[in-house]
Design a protein around this ligand. Structure first.
Ligand SMILES: C[S@@+](CC[C@H](N)C(=O)[O-])C[C@H]1O[C@@H](n2cnc3c(N)ncnc32)[C@H](O)[C@@H]1O
Length: 243
């Protein structure tokens, strides 16, 4: 949750071999106390983590009027809310599997004065049947990819709901942290509450390595459309749909 710079655009930089992946199922995502702590802490500290998605999406949508943006796994909703504040003509819809997160995200949108253009609803990113083919100018997501069962199903839905030439930017933590990122994680985690810290550690153990992300991408409908951008602690699958 601290400022990061890209390390490379393609080749994985694995400074250390990490343990096996342990898929992360987080029961606290429906716990009101946890979700409210996460909302407060991410509002205070996660701004720099959110910037790569915000900057990329806003730059790519410069020429698009009244862009329709879909956010997958928005949690407390800060990315969609910030997008709507920076692009006054954008409409953002967030789909999250946790009703507790949906409730707090809608409260956050109202509190920030953007609930006329931002709404969050309950749903599974693997099945976006409420969203017609070719209806979105952009699909974005942060730190949700490794919860999708499997990610390829969501990437198929991303391709389906995007308009031709639509923009996507999907970021998540990577398990193959660089040495510097491991140090940053060790320091940052002590700014968090115990519950959020422990959930983040489980989340990191459940995240993918950059090589695993490349393999998932190659077997997905986004293959040939996307580049993987690596940061010390995160990856971003981003690009435009060539259809
Ligand atoms: C670690 S939180 C990240 C929240 C937010 N994107 C952020 O960066 O602060 C992961 C979010 O993904 C959501 N999620 C997990 N699986 C999902 C799925 N299949 N469909 C939609 N949302 C999902 C969780 O409920 C949670 O809100």
């Amino acid at each position: 949750m601290l400022e990061q710079s890209p390390v490379t655009s393609q080749a994985p930089q694995q400074l250390k071999t990490n343990d096996d992946r342990i898929p992360h199922i987080e029961p606290l995502f429906e716990d009101a106390t946890f979700v409210s702590e996460y909302s407060r802490l991410t509002k205070r500290y996660a701004g720099p983590d959110y910037e790569p998605i915000l900057k990329y999406t806003l730059a790519q949508l410069k020429e698009v009027e009244q862009p329709r943006i879909l956010e997958l796994g928005p949690g407390p909703g800060w990315i969609g809310i910030t997008l709507a504040k920076r692009r006054k003509d954008a409409r953002v819809t967030g789909v999250d599997i946790s009703s507790t997160y949906v409730e707090i995200a809608n409260q956050n949108a109202a509190h920030e004065g953007v609930d006329d253009r931002v709404d969050f609803r309950k749903g599974d990113a693997c099945r976006l049947e409420d969203f017609p083919d070719g209806s979105m100018d952009a699909v974005i997501s942060n730190q949700s990819f490794h919860y999708w069962e499997p990610p390829e199903n969501v990437l198929r839905e991303v391709v389906r709901v995007l308009k031709p030439n639509g923009v996507f930017c999907i970021g998540d933590d990577r398990r193959d942290l660089t040495f510097m990122a491991s140090l940053i994680v060790m320091l940052t985690k002590w700014f968090l509450t115990a519950n959020v810290r422990e959930s983040w550690m489980r989340s990191l153990q459940g995240s993918f390595t950059s090589k695993e992300v490349q393999a998932i991408l190659e077997h997905s409908d986004l293959h040939g459309h996307a580049e993987v951008k690596l940061y010390p602690r995160m990856f971003f699958v981003q690009g435009r749909l060539k259809k």
